[in-house]
Design a protein. Structure first.
Length: 406
């Protein structure tokens, strides 16, 4: 028996919550005691709590972290400007504070191993601070650092500070493990870290929903989709990088060629991000065939209603967990070729991969699948077989457990 502590920092609901709940639920050692530490104001913490089916202590901390301060200061223009001027110094003051403030949190239950889950790199500063704090105070094996989005290069005015942190982080981590080869390769932008602790990768996996909670007709009725329509769905945060502008331009042309097409947008987002997409939808010539929703804790109804999943991402995609969710539901996918999406979706094995700038190609593949029900069924089944072979939560949890418990 081992005590395993998971640690994360997050400000958005989404795929990271699915990953955490799937990993804990499928942890292959039932005798292990599991616990999770996360910032209390994470909007997805409620989702994680509801999805867990095995014992796991959850601690929501209220320790001040830099991103929270930055978001609050944005509401006051003068303070926001001051924060931007002094951010390169203030950020690292908070980082040092977090290292020492985390000591009692990390050691509270005397865990044997620490597994830190970070949304990207550098991303959550408290995640990086947790790795170093564990090395300094635990006297246990170094933490495993898990990265879920691409690493970005430090800005010119942060290079010295970031290189120092990368050096200590590389020395403080037993292993850095990403969710795709594209994600691991992105650490070329972090040369100091990459030279001392070369990242590897383990593909994400999910737990397929068992049974049918509702029919396709019932699911379409829930989202106000006509029963004879074919539904294209997008499950993504309303960030610009997710490609909503690209998609809405393409969808106008899709409807011209296939008038029965409808579009459903679902996801979490900041108020300004949601408003920007709402404006794009409102000015679309096919606005009557577009439905827009917020974040859904349970995506099974969306997948039940969906005939085709679209992933129009334009940048920064390290994996594409929603594609795996579609595969598990036998829903074919059309995606752009950004980052790790080309590792998740193999062209012709559950859907199609289009160049991220190729609107014509995207429209062509979507229309082809909408017009051909036999092709949709074939690609849906191929996607399901790909999920069973590569992307199950059991396989993922086995690989992570072996790494953490070694």
């Amino acid at each position: 028996m081992m005590k395993i502590l998971f640690f994360t920092e997050n400000t958005h609901c989404g795929g990271l919550d699915t990953f955490i709940s799937s990993l804990i639920n499928r942890w292959p050692y039932p005798e292990d005691e599991l616990s999770l530490i996360c910032n209390e104001d994470h909007p997805g913490l409620k989702v994680i709590r509801e999805r867990l089916t095995r014992p796991c202590k959850i601690y929501g901390h209220q320790m001040p972290i830099y991103v929270q301060i930055a978001l609050r200061l944005q509401r006051v223009p003068l303070l926001h400007m001051i924060r931007k001027c002094f951010g390169p110094f203030l950020k690292y003051f908070f980082f040092l504070y977090n290292i020492f403030a985390l000591r009692p949190l990390l050691l509270k239950d005397r865990p044997d191993r620490l597994f830190v889950i970070n949304g990207g790199y550098p991303a959550g500063d408290s995640c990086r601070a947790a790795v170093i704090a564990w090395k300094l105070f635990s006297q246990k094996r170094e933490a495993v650092l898990n990265i879920h989005n691409l690493a970005s290069a430090p800005r010119w005015f942060e290079k010295i500070q970031e290189n120092v942190l990368d050096y200590y982080l590389a020395r403080s981590s037993a292993k850095i493990v990403c969710v795709s080869k594209a994600c691991a390769d992105s650490f070329i932008h972090r040369r100091v870290l990459n030279r001392r602790n070369v990242p590897t990768f383990i593909y994400n996996g999910i737990i397929a929903k068992s049974g049918v909670s509702m029919t396709k007709e019932q699911a379409k009725e829930r989202f106000h989709i006509p029963p004879d329509a074919l539904l294209c769905s997008v499950l993504a945060t309303y960030e610009p990088r997710k490609g909503h502008a690209f998609l809405l331009e393409a969808f106008q042309r899709i409807v011209r060629q296939f008038p029965q097409a409808y579009l459903l947008l679902c996801g979490y987002g900041k108020a300004d991000e949601i408003e920007q997409v709402k404006n794009l939808v409102a000015t679309s010539p096919v606005v009557r065939q577009i439905r827009m929703h917020g974040f859904l804790e349970d995506t099974s109804a969306v997948m039940a209603a969906t005939d085709l999943l679209l992933i129009p991402s334009q940048s920064f995609e390290s994996f594409g967990l929603v594609a795996v969710e579609a595969f598990a539901a036998r829903v074919p996918v059309v995606t752009t070729n950004v980052g790790g999406l080309i590792e998740t979706v193999a062209d012709g094995e559950g859907g199609y991969v289009i160049d991220w700038q190729d609107t014509d190609g995207f429209v062509q593949k979507v229309v082809m699948l909408l017009k051909n029900p036999a092709l949709r069924r074939e690609q849906g089944e191929k996607g399901y077989q790909r999920y069973k072979k590569i992307f199950t939560a059991d396989r993922m949890a086995q690989e992570y457990a072996a790494l953490v418990r070694n």
